[in-house]
Ligand binder design. Structure first.
Ligand SMILES: [Zn+2]
Length: 279
């Protein structure tokens, strides 16, 4: 949780951003939540009546402040998308809660921010075709399931094939990589895949989940990526979007390295690379 304060502090400290570059989202409305999540699930969150089993799946003790926090983060991703449509790129210092399903949360994810933002943008007819590029080390199972039968949102997940979740859902395109994979192999697979998918989907907007749990230093990741490799991954995604003129809204996703400095540095790199390419 600490990282959500430390990322902006670091970016201001090192001069990547100024206070003026930040926006502060309000909570997403109930109506907007209900375009993605089931009424029954939302009711349980609102009234604090999740079962013990449902709380265990979520992975953290239930508290109403977490519901409130989740609503602000989800709106952060929606506003991010709108800023991206205006400026080419925008980033959420949190978000990327891709293990949240329409009817339940799991793996530290209560609301699915990209799904909520996508459904709202489609509802408002701001865009017609969205692509979700999920490069967090864990499969975007909730997102895949939510958009399983919705051709307006193309889901691409590149993840550790032996990592959580054990039971994978079916994204529109899944690319599972083996444990221990290093920079060169990982990046080649990404370079060989992403541009072709974008050509095929022709999205009006890309949501990018830039989880830094692909690092070798990550407690949950099981891959062998260096910080430089992680930065090159971000660079490739942003460069590709920039060259093709596709706006990109980014959420940070996971990062569980032993040293918090490694997590902050890798997330800060995502902002630095975006700034260098787009501004
Ligand atoms: Zn993750």
């Amino acid at each position: 949780m600490e990282k959500y304060d430390l990322i902006p502090a670091q970016l201001i400290h090192d001069g990547t951003l100024t206070e003026d570059n930040f926006f502060h989202p309000e909570a997403i409305t109930e109506e907007q939540i209900l375009r993605t999540h089931d009424a029954e699930y939302w009711e349980k969150l609102k009234t604090g009546t999740l079962s013990r089993h449902e709380i265990r799946a979520l992975g953290f003790p239930f508290h109403e402040t977490l519901v409130k926090r989740g609503r602000h983060i989800a709106n952060g991703s929606l506003e991010c998308a709108k800023y991206a449509l205006e400026h080419g790129v925008s980033l959420n210092v949190a978000g990327g809660t891709h293990h949240s399903f329409a009817d339940r949360g799991e793996g530290f994810c209560m609301f699915n921010d990209f799904a909520i933002a996508s459904n709202e943008l489609l509802h408002e007819k701001i865009v017609d075709q969205i692509m979700i590029v999920d490069l967090d080390v864990h499969q975007g199972n909730g997102t895949a399931k939510i958009f399983e039968n919705d051709p307006r949102v193309f889901t691409f997940s590149m993840h550790g094939q032996h990592n959580y979740p054990l039971k994978k859902e079916k994204s529109d395109y899944d690319l599972g990589v083996p444990d221990g994979i290093e920079d060169t192999d990982y990046l080649h697979q990404l370079y060989d895949t992403l541009p072709g998918l974008i050509e095929q989907v022709k999205p009006d907007l890309i949501f990018y989940l830039s989880g830094v749990d692909i690092l070798k230093s990550d407690k949950l990741g099981r891959l062998g990526m260096t910080k430089d490799g992680c930065r090159k991954r971000d660079e490739f995604v942003f460069r590709t979007c920039y060259n093709k003129g596709i706006p990109v809204a980014t959420s940070m996703g996971g990062g569980y390295s032993v040293k918090i400095a490694d997590i902050i540095e890798a997330h800060a790199n995502t902002f630095r690379v975006a700034k260098n390419i787009f501004f």
